[in-house]
Design a protein around this ligand. Sequence first.
Ligand code: SAM
Length: 296
Amino acid sequence: MTEYPAIASPARTQAILNRYRLSAKKSLGQNFLVDLNILGNIVEAAEITSDDDVIEIGPGIGGLTEQLAKAAHKVLGFEIDENLLPVLQETLAPYDNIEIINEDILKANLPQVVKERFTGHHPLKVVANLPYYITTPIVMNLLAGELEFDAIVVMMQKEVAERLTAVPSTKPYGSLSAIVQEMNNVEISFIVPRTAFIPQPNVDSAIVKLTQKTAKETVPFDEKRFAGFVRGCFMHQRKTLWNNLLGFFGKTDEAKGAITKVLTEVQIDPGARSEQLTIDQFVQLANAFHDNGILN
Ligand code: SAM
C-alpha cells in the first residue's frame, strides 16, 4: 500500500485542493490547518486515548480527522459541504474508525445521532477547528444540549476565546464569559498563528478547552433562565446594573421595589456595572430574584 504524507502537510493539502479543483469557501469558514505540530498539540490538549469516541465539527479535507482517528476509538465528523464528501472518502479511506455525516451541525439531532453511531461505552469528546462564523452558536448548543462531554476542545478566533475565558472587570468580560464559566472550566490551551492555515484567515486563533464543573458552591435555580438573566444584565454595556435590571424587569414600581430589596439582600451596589460582578454574584442575584417571585 502507498504511504501518503499526512493530509495536513502543506504539500498534500495543496495537492488535494488542486486535484479536486477546490477553492476554500469563505462563506463556510473554510481555513484548512496545515501544521502537523499544531494538530498534534490539539490531540494532546484533548487527551485523546484509544478509548475515546470523538465528534468532529467540519472535517474539511480530513487533516484533523486523520490525527484524531489515529489516537481515538472512533471519530464521527459533521461536514456541511457536500463537495468535500468525495474528498474525505478518498483521504480518509485508510481508516476504518471514521464516519462522516453530511449535515449542518446546528440542525443535527446530536443525542439521536450519538445514540445511533456510538455504543455509549466510551468517553465522548468534541474536537474541532470550528467554522468561525458560527462559533458561539455551536459552543452554546453543545453546552446547553443534553449530551455530556468529557471535554470540548475547539479552535476559534482568539478574540472569542478571550471573551470565553475573561475574568470580571476586564474588557472582554461579558454575558458569554459568565454564562459559559458558570457551568464549565474554560482555558486557552494555546494560541495558533494565522500562518498555520491555507488560506490564511485575517485573525489569530486559539484552542479552548471546556470541561464541566463538578463541584459548585452556588447553583442557579434554572440554567436557561440564569443565562437569559445574565444577558439582560449586560444588555446596555454603559448603563449601571440598576438600569439594566429595570430594562430587564420593567420600570414598574413593583419591579423597582423588588430590585431595591434584592440588591440590599445580596449587598450589591445598584450603581455597580455588570462587568464588575463575579459569576457567584450573578447566581446569587438570579436566585434572589427567583425567591422574591419576579424571575421564574
Ligand atoms: N477540520 C478542517 C481543518 O482543521 O483543516 C477544516 C476546518 S474549517 C475551519 C471549518 C469546516 O467546517 C469546513 O470544512 C466547513 O465546510 C465546515 N462547516 C461550516 N459550517 C458548518 C456547519 N454548519 N456544520 C458542519 N460543518 C460546517
